[in-house]
Design a protein around this ligand. Structure first.
Ligand SMILES: Cc1cc2nc3c(=O)[nH]c(=O)nc-3n(C[C@H](O)[C@H](O)[C@H](O)COP(=O)(O)O)c2cc1C
Length: 183
């Protein structure tokens, strides 16, 4: 009996050693860990009633090749959230490392009603969304689905047009709460 109990004890202790203990964690830890995960930076462009608007976003992910789908997560409190819902289409501008200013500008709620896009030069794409000059490339999308994502919405876009403008440009990188670039 004693030997059986000792065997069970060591067996359970062995399993326990392979398990990670439950840890305390916070929103700060979550933000910090993702802050240490470098991403590229984009500006999502949209146009409503002839007025163009942008929002800086790094939550872009390619999802599917056939059909070509991608996703972006948009804060439910961002002004862009409701605009995107209404217009149902958008552009994605992949910023180069020389476009920090544009990233900073579109990371502030612009409530831009004079259609100037902060003075950053742009053209309108086929779907009417703004495409910034001097980006690495751009994609136009129509929104195919919305999903719940807590305080964000997960927006699935189907690609309707795209172009790589200059593959020699280096991407703008966001890392540790600051802008960076690939060496
Ligand atoms: C590098 C960077 C990445 C960001 N990524 C996102 C994102 O993926 N989704 C989002 O909703 N906001 C993101 N933001 C925050 C928005 O750009 C910011 O809240 C903006 O002011 C919203 O503008 P709006 O209220 O005019 O829509 C990001 C900000 C920075 C600086």
């Amino acid at each position: 009996m004693g030997i059986v109990l000792i065997t069970i004890f060591y067996y359970l202790r062995g399993i326990h050693n392979f398990m990670i203990n439950e840890e305390k964690y916070s929103e700060k830890d979550f933000r910090q860990l993702f802050g240490n995960f470098p991403t590229g930076v984009t500006v999502i462009g949209m146009n409503e009633n002839g007025i163009s608007k942008g929002i800086t976003a790094n939550s872009i992910t390619s999802v599917s090749l056939k059909p070509m789908l991608l996703l972006v997560c948009i804060d439910k409190n961002a002004a862009s959230h409701e605009v995107l819902k209404r217009v149902g289409q958008f552009s994605i501008n992949f910023l180069s490392n020389e476009q920090k200013d544009a990233s900073r500008f579109f990371a502030n709620s612009t409530s831009d009603t004079n259609n100037s896009m902060g003075g950053f030069s742009f053209l309108l794409g086929n779907n009417g969304s703004p495409i910034l000059d001097d980006v690495i490339g751009w994609i136009e999308c129509k929104i195919s689905s919305w999903y719940e994502g807590g305080d964000h919405s997960i927006v699935l876009g189907e690609v309707t047009n795209m172009k790589i403008q200059d593959e020699n440009l280096k991407p703008l990188v966001y890392y540790n709460g600051d802008y960076s670039e690939i060496a």
